[in-house]
Design a protein around this ligand. Sequence first.
Ligand code: HEM
Length: 398
Amino acid sequence: MSALIYSPYEYEIHEDPYPTYQRLRDEAPVYRNEASGFWALSRHADVVDAFRDNVRFSSSYGVSLDAAVWGPNAHRTMSFLALDPPMHGRMRGLVSRGFTPRRVAELEPRIRELTRKHLEVALGRGSFDFVGDLAGTLPMDVISELVGVPEADRDEVRRLSDLLVHREEGRDDVPVAGVEAAFTLVAYYADMLAQRRAQPTDDLTSALLATEVAGDRLTDEEIMGFLFLMVVAGNETTTKLLANAWYWAWRNPGERTKVFGDPARVSAWIEETLRYDTSTQLLARLTTADVTLHGTTIPAGERVVLLVGAANRDERVFHDPDRYNLDRPDRELQQIASFGFGRHFCLGASLARLEARVCLEELIAHVADYDIDSSGIVRVHNVNVRGFATLPTTVVPR
Ligand code: HEM
């Protein structure tokens, strides 16, 4: 058997990481990549425990393996995603005041409207790119709607955020174009903040500026960090979830028939996609103490990646894990690692689920069946996020 090598920068891994994940879980549950200087945990129980143990597995150096953003300054671009308690709790608490479940639920009619707008254009053509024409635009529109980016600026903000996450093969860092895009976005948000301070509206940015708890307020720098985090955490991930759902239902006609025949099963479609092929494949942590697992000691001060994608295929938790199965029982789906666990549990999980539900419901309402041109499929190449850049689709309208 070949030597076990796992690197999230390899295009081969982007193509299909799951056989390697299986070997990691079985042969090297505490895997060490010497060349890139990280450890990897792949078993469900270990990943969950590490997420929950935010003392020994610190987020203070960020959650990405990329060298440019790994370090004590990570919170400047990743906000409280890259903070430990008590700073994390303070920021998350203040932000949660503006980002309430009610605010999210109120977005449903607008999300439906935006979906229909994009869908109408796409369906009118009969053949379209599921990512470029729908999945790639909707989540950014929704975040822009929420934080108050005007419609005229949205294409540019989306272009910049795409540049932020793109990675070239063999490069284990952020390319120059990504760094430049980050600077441009920072300047854009700084400007937007100044405008809202002068003239508040009913958007989230204005709500964050006004948030005060026991005399504590967010600084402009903190709000900007959060806006940035929304783009990185909420845009790509949801785009990829939608396209992964579309792709895997296409690859599994039996499962597709189930949901296209019964729209009430859209939630099962979403949850099984989140498990089977989730958009956020890994999150990094910094050990603050020696941690011994399965007889191996990870010293303090090391980088450890928690392989969410591997945890979701662990047969110790999920029956027949390599099967895409819309009938998977709730007790299994409740254990998916896709939104993390513990204090950093995804703040946008309900928004992501809402967007996905509305968009997939609208698709089922307007599309009887579809085909994807396999020769035109293009993958996204990124170390944390997994999904498609292009999915050429032809639809049969209802
Ligand atoms: C399918 C879509 C999504 C996936 C798979 C996803 C996944 C995750 C995961 C795994 C974490 C935990 C990170 C960690 O423990 O280090 C996280 C955190 C976070 N997510 Fe999401 N996310 C999604 C959508 C969204 C959306 C739509 C938003 C907001 C608009 C969002 C905002 C956040 C924020 C703010 C955090 C940081 C929470 C904290 O550190 O306390 N996410 N997400």
